[in-house]
Design a protein around this ligand. Structure first.
Ligand SMILES: [Fe+2]
Ligand SMILES: [Fe+2]
Length: 358
């Protein structure tokens, strides 16, 4: 009976526990940082706003939201294999990135507890939210007999070290991008209920408000540390992180649009919407925005997508590995060239727009 739910192709660590997807440059990252530097941070320049956000976190608006109702209580045997594969991979990607947020925030709340109690409590409450999100997604995976062993993931993943300001840029963007992604899917499925293949999407409306609040916390935190926003170095790094986050998401999702096709979403349209909105939102705190309205922006990313498809074809071919290296080199060089040109595209100064872009 269980076998009818197992998809050949998903490897298992032990029965019902999925082997985590291989880490690639495009998969969600696990982070660690300089906890001492973070603890010593003076947040007084924006303490009032941070206290107001802490009150919001304490209010815990989604306390009763993540409860599986009767609609979950059914068999998913009717879902065809391809849909199931796309969906389980989506759940895994989302669960991994929610869980990576949980680990980082939890560790920060632990390490900052004595030295910076306000920040420690904020991180602790954000960890609470991310644990809920990851748990809800993992429970959904278990409906397909393929959950993740989060303890194993904690021990087996590589952790990327980022200085505090890089943590701020990266997590701010991933929270805001998370907000726009969840809300876009939610609204699409509200308009196209026949495409809602599983009840979890109904939860995205309130869920994304958690991500939005997390993003606002990092916004307030960066404003308490203006040196991370108003120097020439900050402008260069913000450009870098905007491009890295947008580029990674665009390339990953347009390269493999399967999950979005299942929901009846045009992946490219979805990506451009999410990027445009996140870019506008980021302009409220970052000193620069990217010129994502320029046709050159997506043309260059599309070249990368095609290069990656060609790379995959080479890897899957029977050509000897040594020769494959020579076939792959020009494609890697082209990717690097496109990304460099994208980085050098003239950004848009966002200071005049701060406070007006919504
Ligand atoms: Fe989350
Ligand atoms: Fe979040």
């Amino acid at each position: 009976m269980v076998d009818s739910l197992k998809k050949p192709g998903f490897e298992e660590l032990r029965p019902g526990i999925k082997v985590p997807a291989k880490e690639t440059i495009l998969s969600p990252k696990f982070y660690t940082t300089d906890f001492d530097a973070m603890a010593k941070m003076d947040i007084s320049p924006n303490e009032d706003e941070l206290r107001a956000i802490l009150e919001e976190f304490r209010a815990d608006y989604n306390r009763h939201h993540f409860v599986r109702d009767a609609e979950f209580d059914q068999s998913w045997d009717h879902m065809d294999w391809d849909t199931r594969k796309q969906f389980v991979e989506f759940l895994e990607r989302s669960c991994t990135s929610e869980f990576s947020g949980f680990l980082l925030y939890k560790e920060l709340s632990r390490k900052l507890k004595d030295k910076n109690p306000l920040l420690a409590e904020c991180f602790g409450l954000m960890a609470r939210d991310e644990a809920r999100h990851a748990g809800f997604l993992n429970k959904a995976m278990s409906d397909f007999n393929l959950s993740l062993d989060l303890g194993f993931l904690t021990k087996s993943r590589k952790y990327t070290f980022f200085k505090p300001e890089f943590i701020f840029y990266a997590t701010y963007l991933s929270e805001k991008i998370g907000y726009w992604r969840y809300i876009r899917i939610y609204r699409h499925l509200q308009a196209n209920p026949d495409k809602r293949i599983y009840p979890i999407f109904r939860f995205f409306e309130n869920w994304c408000q958690d991500e939005n609040r997390h993003g606002d916390f990092f916004d307030a935190l960066m404003k308490a540390q203006p040196q991370y926003l108003n120097t020439w170095k900050a402008r260069l790094w913000c450009r870098f992180f905007l491009l890295a986050v947008f580029g990674t998401m665009y390339i990953r999702d347009t390269q493999e649009p399967g999950f979005y096709e299942v929901l009846g979403i045009d992946a490219r349209e979805y990506e451009t919407y999410v990027i445009q909105k996140t870019n506008e939102t980021a302009g409220r705190v970052f000193p620069v925005m990217l010129d994502v309205d320029s046709p050159e922006f997506y043309q260059r990313l599309d070249v990368c997508v095609q290069n990656n498809r060609d790379l995959a074809t080479i890897v899957a071919s029977k050509t000897p590995k040594v020769l494959q290296i020579f076939q792959k080199l020009p494609l890697y060089a082209s990717n690097a060239w496109q990304l460099l040109r994208l980085y050098l595209m003239k950004p848009i100064a966002s200071a005049p727009a701060q406070g007006t872009v919504r």
